[in-house]
Design a protein around this ligand. Sequence first.
Ligand code: PMP
Length: 287
Amino acid sequence: IHDRDGWIWMDGEFIPWREAQVHVLTHALHHGSSVFEGERMYGGSIFRLTDHSQRLHDSANLLDLQMPFSVAEIDAACKATCERMGLEDCYVRPLVWRGSEQMGVSARANRIHTMIAVWEWPSYFNPDTRMKGVRLCWAPWRRPSPDTAPVTAKAAGLYMICTLSRHHAERAGYDDAMMLDWRGYVAEATAANVFFVQDGVLHTPPVDAILNGITRRTILSLADGMGIEVVVRHIRPGELSTFSECFIVGTAAEVTAVAEVGEYRFRPGELTRRLLTAYDDLVHGRA
Ligand code: PMP
């Protein structure tokens, strides 16, 4: 992805895509001091842009990274980058990281950098494919407790758990992996939150060990508007046998039905279809 034409917004200016580089002694590379976002532009407008810019700021604060740009400046820079790239339907990736002036665990004086890159990234699947249901295995890694890592940050370091789990899943022939949290409760997929259906009611884990997904929040408010009851609660793996439907939600996954998680099977149905359609309508401005 590094070898292409285009522009990347870096620390307030546009630089040619291939020249957007960092030094090998960058603190973020050695000690994981970076946070990021993943957003999607639909038809020229970035869905819930300010929520993403705010989460970027919150994540940066949790990692002691003082961002030199405000939420409003990040909003504007995201839009400007899409415009500069001439894209109206794309993925947007802001990243904040600690630079390379000093090496060591402590590097408080190092400059905090910000970049935004955008690229074409069509929906993984069309709605019919997303209703077929993906296959998940159980992840070999658990989400840590809030006193082990800043679990509410969208911090690059936390993604080693996701990447290892996802590689494990792909090698075993699955689409993705379902992670548990440190207590053994069902947490989330490697890049998406999860919902279950039981007798017309949605069940989803609370955000105490998972990423507080913006798609998850959107689904909660869509469900509210549609009069669908939602129970936010801890879910044990063994309870999966009591759910009829399961779906994952995220900026990239949008709403995608799940056909299996480990030994449990689901039949994508009515509630998954309604929320998938409602989400599609909302992001495409058809709501
Ligand atoms: N959980 C994880 C681990 C993720 O990486 C993502 C994707 N950002 C999500 C959940 C979904 O978050 P969002 O809806 O904000 O994209």
